[in-house]
Ligand binder design. Structure first.
Ligand code: ADP
Ligand code: MG
Length: 297
């Protein structure tokens, strides 16, 4: 078992940050821990990485108890904290070598994580000279140094520009093929882009735990499409199973279909038959969006 949390409660003074939380992560997968700000995500992650103790309840990582087997837990997890504390005047290699020493990790492994996280072109720079996206890579490289089975990433994509975002998402998906990744976010789209499963937390309580597959199998599907020309909404309705159309702006439309079949090919055919070019197309699961709104509003 990668992560097992049982009836865990955390109280800071009089503030209850987590209330009777239980969940499990069994196999290597990317699990999104989704919730609005203040929901208790960082608190949960600090407990799983042994930075703070729970008030009541138990948590295990790689079958090691976070309070009684802290060293073993620390060897099993790589942690990217929310405010990734990097030393700005250290060189990338120097910083990783410094942490490698603490973990007793070989020089070869430093080269390996630099390669794995795409840091090679920037490895000779100081951390202060790097963009936010590359600093996140340094944080990820650092979390991967001792080759842990479980990665705990606190808001790894917050504050990145769109290009950096795409790169870091891909990197996390690649890592998630072999390791358990437990990542927090307050942005629903991040879950859709990276995760196999979502655990939704609100006000310290788990309110949903579902695979993305289960969510996608909900009957409605939303496609956001941008054409190079204006299209009449009535005309868009000529596609099969359309239930709702919203003109988001300019030539961008959000189309809701009542279908479990992938409707993207119909949108392509529609564009082709009407001499339209598709400038952008995204498929979203209507159910995750509505579930998140419903559960956290
Ligand atoms: P999230 O990461 O989901 O935004 P946090 O786990 O940081 O949420 O915080 C959950 C709740 O606990 C918030 O109400 C926050 O203000 C409170 N909290 C977090 N850390 C502390 C602390 N050290 N002392 C007191 N309250 C805290
Ligand atoms: Mg947080």
């Amino acid at each position: 078992m990668s992560i097992k949390v049982e009836q865990l409660t955390k109280i800071y003074g009089t503030q209850k940050a987590l209330n009777n939380v239980s969940f499990e992560v069994k196999k290597p997968e990317v699990v999104g821990f989704l919730g609005p700000n203040g929901a208790g995500k960082s608190t949960m992650m600090k407990i799983l990485t042994t930075y703070i103790d729970a008030t009541i309840g138990a948590a295990k990582v790689n079958d090691f108890d976070v309070t009684t087997e802290t060293k073993k837990v620390q060897q099993s997890v790589g942690y990217l904290p929310e405010h990734n504390p990097l030393y700005l005047d250290m060189y990338v290699k120097e910083y990783l070598a410094f942490n490698a020493k603490i973990y007793n990790v070989s020089k070869e492994r430093i080269a390996e994580v630099i390669e794995l996280t795409g840091l090679t072109p920037e490895a000779h720079k100081t951390i202060g000279q790097l963009s936010k996206g590359y600093r996140q890579r340094v944080g990820l490289a650092n979390a991967l140094l001792h080759n842990p089975d479980v990665l705990i990433l606190d808001e790894p994509t917050t504050g990145l520009d769109p290009n950096q975002l795409a790169d870091i998402r891909n990197l996390i998906k690649t890592i998630g093929k072999e390791k358990t990744v437990f990542l927090s976010t307050h942005i629903m789209q991040e879950v859709e882009a990276m995760c196999d499963r979502v655990i939704i937390i609100n006000k310290g309580e788990i309110v949903a735990d579902k695979t993305l597959k289960e969510l996608r199998e909900g009957s409605q599907q939303v496609i956001v499409v941008a054409f190079d020309y204006r299209v009449e909404e009535a005309f868009l309705k000529s596609m099969p199973k359309v239930v709702k159309i919203e003109n988001l702006y300019d030539f961008m439309y959000e189309i809701t279909f009542d279908s479990t079949e992938d409707m993207r090919s119909y949108v392509f055919d529609f564009a082709h038959d009407n001499d339209l070019k598709i400038l952008q197309l995204n498929q979203k699961s209507a159910s995750l969006e509505s579930l998140f709104r419903e559960l956290t509003s």
